[in-house]
Design a protein around this ligand. Structure first.
Ligand SMILES: [Fe+2]
Length: 394
């Protein structure tokens, strides 16, 4: 602590100052300066704020036109330290010692920040709602026209994708443009090696199992990409074949169940990366991914699984003694009736889902009769959340 600093010695300072009668804050609101930050009593209790953080949070650092930060904290002559600190109305006022600058920070902003665990509150930070075998009956259903003409419906669409990881859009037109309009209502279409759009139907020279009539095991799409696609759209243009039911599973719900039932297996699948690939004549993609992804709080935040794109395991062979049984157990769990939602996607419907959460597959179908055609594309998950936040502001 800088004992030679007048602010800490109680002279020429407003540290520990009680709020005056014009303040909206309670009488007990007080400030205590420390060496690298200050303690401030807020409605959430006594909170500590680092001086760099306070200097960086000054609203004058943000350009009003671009709304971008126009302050370079590395340009300060030395570590920021207050010359004086005051409470004025609903603001924390700091005069900085080594520069001609005063910062005014809203106490309600500081309150919100601390109440949210030291993070800027985010309306898109919605807890996942798990679903199981009857999930299909509960999917949010929205008409494309309503999404296009009513922002409340678009907001419901985006929220369903964040909360449930899936939504069903109905009344789609039988056109390429119909999918483009729906996808771009959430964000820009992101390309993969197949291009911006792909068509799931029989191909004479298939580059993916999806383009055959075979069953397609439960998977997430394209783990061979460094950043696997985020939100996936599958617009059903025709589906009058025998078989070919869609299989959808809430992968994060299964992973959380695995954590409870087989914690050792869960630890193995959430701690080690395994290789994926996609090779054909003119491409050779490779990436390592974790089957069960955790966020900073340890919650399951995603899933990556695809046996048809899984490369030769390169974990140490003795680790594979334990890893393979865990992976096989999880793969079998994903197929259990308690988790799998089976349904027939009808022409005019588009199933939209989080490719890092929803594991999907298809039963085999008879290729000699009828037609099955799904047209698909991807949008980034960041774009989905951006759209949701923007709609919430309106
Ligand atoms: Fe797929």
């Amino acid at each position: 602590m800088h004992s030679d600093n007048p602010a800490l010695n109680g002279s020429n300072t407003n540290a520990n100052k009680k709020t005056n009668s014009t303040d909206q804050r309670p009488e007990s609101l007080a400030i205590q300066l420390d060496e690298k930050g200050l303690f401030l009593s807020l409605s959430t209790g006594v909170c500590y704020f680092n001086y760099y953080w306070l200097r960086d949070a000054c609203s004058s650092n943000i350009d009003p036109a671009t709304r971008e930060r126009v302050f370079d904290i590395s340009g300060l002559p030395c570590a920021p330290y207050p010359a004086a600190v005051n409470l004025q109305n609903d603001k924390l006022i700091i005069d900085w010692r080594d520069e001609q600058h005063q910062s005014a920070l809203s106490l309600s902003m500081l309150d919100e920040f601390t109440a949210n665990g030291g993070r800027i509150p985010d309306v898109a930070d919605i807890p996942r709602r798990p679903w199981y075998a009857d999930g299909y009956t509960k999917f949010e259903r929205l008409k494309q026209h309503d999404i296009e003409t009513d922002d409340t419906e678009k907001q419901r669409f985006a929220r369903a994708l964040i909360e449930n990881g899936v939504a069903l859009v109905t009344d789609m037109q039988n056109s390429d443009d119909s999918l483009t309009r729906l996808a771009t209502s959430l964000g820009p279409v992101t390309p993969v090696v197949d291009g911006y759009y792909f068509d799931v139907r029989l191909s004479i020279n298939p580059t993916n199992l999806a383009y055959t009539a075979n069953a397609l095991e439960l998977h997430t799409d394209l783990p061979n990409e460094e950043a696997a696609p985020g939100v996936q759209f599958l617009h059903c243009r025709a589906n009058d074949v025998s078989g070919g039911l869609s299989l959808f599973v809430d992968g994060t719900a299964v992973a959380e169940t695995l954590r409870n039932e087989e914690p050792e297996y869960f630890n193995l699948l959430s701690q080690h990366d395994i290789p994926f690939y996609r090779r054909h004549t003119t491409w050779d993609y490779r990436a390592h991914q974790r089957v069960i992804e955790l966020d900073a709080a340890g919650n399951v935040s995603g899933l990556t699984i695809s046996q048809h794109l899984q490369d030769s395991m390169d974990l140490p062979q003795n680790l594979l003694d334990d890893y393979y049984p865990a992976l096989c157990h999880f793969l079998r769990m994903l197929q259990e009736d308690r988790f799998v939602s089976r349904f027939r996607l009808a022409a005019g419907e588009c199933v939209v889902f989080d490719n890092h959460r929803v594991v999907h597959g298809r039963e085999a179908f008879v290729a000699t009769e009828g037609e099955r055609h799904l047209r698909g594309c991807y949008v980034d998950r960041g774009a989905l959340r951006s759209t949701y936040r923007t709609l919430c502001k309106q």
